[in-house]
Design a protein around this ligand. Sequence first.
Ligand code: PMP
Length: 434
Amino acid sequence: MLQPQERKNSEQLFERAGKHIPGGVNSPVRAFKSVGGNPIFFSRAEGAYVFDEDDNRYIDFINSWGPMILGHGFPEVVEAVQMQAARAMSFGAPTELEIQLAETICEMTGIDMVRLVNSGTEACMSAIRLARGYTGRDKIIKFEGCYHGHGDSFLIKAGSGASTLGVPNSPGVTKGTATDTLTAPFNDLAAVEKLISENPDQIAAIITEPVAGNMGCVPPAEGYMEGLRALCDKHGIVFIMDEVMTGFRLAPGGAQERLGVEADLVCYGKVIGGGMPVGAFGGKREIFQHIAPTGPVYQAGTLSGNPLAVISGLTTLRYLQNHPEVYAHIDHMTERIEDGMREILENSKLPFTINRLGSMISIHFCENEVMDYTTASEGNNNYFKQFFHGMLNEGIYLPPSAYETWFVGNTIGESELEHTLYAAERVIEEMSAQ
Ligand code: PMP
């Protein structure tokens, strides 16, 4: 078991980082705010494992928040990136690689057209602009606890780091922007219907995570996605699925395929870049033709379609496309984590709810069903903190917030599963004894 003093180098780096980087981190959820303690600094990674600056080894259940679905240092991706780096890093001009990635994305997901960007945030911001430009309407509906990146329109009752820090409504977002974002509880169709009838012909888009992953994992209730689809059809609203987490993870065609519901526009990120900064938004040709330069809705990017990022994404997606057994494996391993954790927690005195869909899973320390942001907030954060730090000391790196999902990668095998459940048993036993 690790002791805090065995992370001396991380501690020193964190102190140094804080002098020039706000909070010592380049993205807030890395800061361990909701679990306490200081973040760990990492130096290298291999397969299912990450190594910190003190050379401690951890099984990685964050996987860069999703992208490293094939594990760290996947040889084909590393080789492809190295070769491309020697050939050319960036042109800011078209390349054949971009066509190949666009073709692969469209083949896997069934969408007609796609535009590459550099992050999930950009994908969601651009999708919303396109929906507004296409419909000529201003308002959007989003769901409490869903996170769509840090675009102004989305920082209203957002999940993930915004919830962790307790600032769902960020200063700096103007009142005008906030009034154009209407919010409803996730899994509540009646609330959406009410918003639509109160704002007739004003709603450009409904944007949702098809399986929420930013309030822990919250799957859609039976018929919920179909219900949203039907409401959009009835009222001429653009249905946007934010598949930044679920895309290429829940199935080759993401949540659209897994849930059998089609969106008008889709946003991608994470897995699509295989560890490099790539995002994308795409969808139906009829809508997509309105984007510049074919149409008037402006969207652009100096490094969009960057060859290094694209080759990393393309190699990852092609591997997934040709190896559907990856999906069977990560789903099966996550199911076994669920079963194991259920058994351990049932034998304890602790309240718990485990939500899982495919390789997305989270544990909330509460008895109630977790189906939206309000119910997700009922989890006991003290228990979560103890669980997180206990697991960390056992060499298991979990997301440092109850409002996040674990991401299981393809390199989790029998020994990692055994180690994880053995660690969990010890940690939960210690927590119950208190
Ligand atoms: N949408 C969802 C569903 C996400 O989970 C995230 C990031 N966690 C984003 C959008 C934003 O993506 P990025 O951090 O790449 O900007």
